[in-house]
Design a protein around this ligand. Structure first.
Ligand SMILES: NC(=O)C1=CN([C@@H]2O[C@H](COP(=O)(O)OP(=O)(O)OC[C@H]3O[C@@H](n4cnc5c(N)ncnc54)[C@H](O)[C@@H]3O)[C@@H](O)[C@H]2O)C=CC1
Ligand SMILES: O=C(O)[C@@H]1CCC=N1
Length: 280
């Protein structure tokens, strides 16, 4: 019953805004039931309030008792200060969702009494278009009903995958950071398109439709990506030449390393936070 839930974003930056846009546009929650706080940026708070009709305020003004889900959405470096400011106000029956890359649920749980319900979430900025691929994994104390409600909330912004927390690093490499790889590819495609006489807008539309079509074909799950690729590749044809260039310039390896590199950075952040001492 999402309609009766109140959600508070602690930190109102890019990721929070993408989620707020998806949640409000999806219509499952009344905008009044969505709150966003921000450290110091009053202008950003006012802009979010005007654009989405949500409530915005400072952390200290939060109606703590009325909130079902607290969504931590600050940078990992700011997490401890935020957790310290929240620790006296959040009850174990309330749920903390954290979208912070690399921060283990065990680190967040240390700031609270035993039993605090925490869920780790990895969305991506396609939330704004309700097309995020979002992972959730449970902390030590979160009950099934709250996992289900969190999944329902996050389905407002796209598809939800329940995974083990150990898989969060690689999920982050694939999906949390993933949109950036496709935008980066697009920048190179635009460059080649421009050299062929297209203006940036036209080539962007053509290439986006091509990406979207390929994604839809993969999602039909009738053929594997390798089979789909083979169907396009005529012997010594244009695709063959394109793929040969891709391989020659290390395209496959580069993407593989991008996913692994982002996952390794997530793991590195995790290790830094896992070593921190107990707080409660
Ligand atoms: N941007 C992305 O594509 C994704 C980001 N994330 C995670 O989301 C989190 C936020 O990332 P962005 O939105 O990109 O960062 P951002 O820098 O755009 O926003 C963070 C906001 O949090 C505010 N803030 C800091 N400490 C605070 C506190 N104690 N109380 C209230 N507000 C506070 C800052 O003023 C800032 O406005 C990060 O932990 C990141 O790992 C996760 C998935 C994707
Ligand atoms: O770059 C980052 O650290 C965040 C987490 C996943 C996507 N953006």
């Amino acid at each position: 019953m999402l309609k009766n839930k109140t959600v508070a974003f602690i930190g109102a930056g890019s990721m929070a805004e993408a989620m707020i846009a998806g949640i409000v546009n999806n219509g499952q929650l009344h905008p009044e039931n969505v709150i966003a706080t921000n450290h110091s940026n009053q202008e950003k708070r006012a802009a979010l309030q005007a654009k989405y009709g949500i409530r915005t305020m400072q952390n200290s003004e939060l109606p703590f008792d009325q909130i079902d889900f607290f969504i931590l959405a600050m940078k990992p470096k700011d997490a401890d200060a935020a957790l310290e400011s929240l620790q006296k106000h959040i009850q174990p029956h309330q749920v903390i969702l954290s979208v912070l890359a690399g921060i283990p649920t065990s680190h967040i749980e240390r700031f609270f009494e035993e039993g605090q319900q925490v869920i780790r979430v990895m969305p991506n900025t396609s939330a704004i278009a309700e097309e995020s691929a979002t992972a959730i994994s449970s902390g030590a104390w979160t009950n099934e009903d709250n996992m289900k409600d969190a999944a329902s909330l996050l389905r407002c912004i796209g598809s939800v995958y329940t995974i083990q927390e150990e898989q969060m690093d690689i999920f982050t490499g694939i999906a949390g950071s993933g949109p950036a790889y496709f935008y980066y590819l697009m920048e190179s495609i635009e460059k080649a398109g421009a050299e062929g006489g297209f203006d940036a807008e036209t080539v962007r539309a053509i290439a986006a439709q091509t990406m979207y079509g390929a994604a839809k074909m993969i999602m039909r799950q009738e053929d594997t990506p390798a089979e789909l690729r083979k169907k396009i590749t005529s012997p010594n044809g244009t695709t063959f030449a394109g793929l040969e260039a891709l391989e020659h310039f290390g395209g496959g390896e580069a993407i593989y390393q991008a996913v692994k590199g982002a996952a390794a950075r997530s793991e590195e952040i995790s290790n830094q936070f896992s070593k921190k001492p107990q707080h409660v």
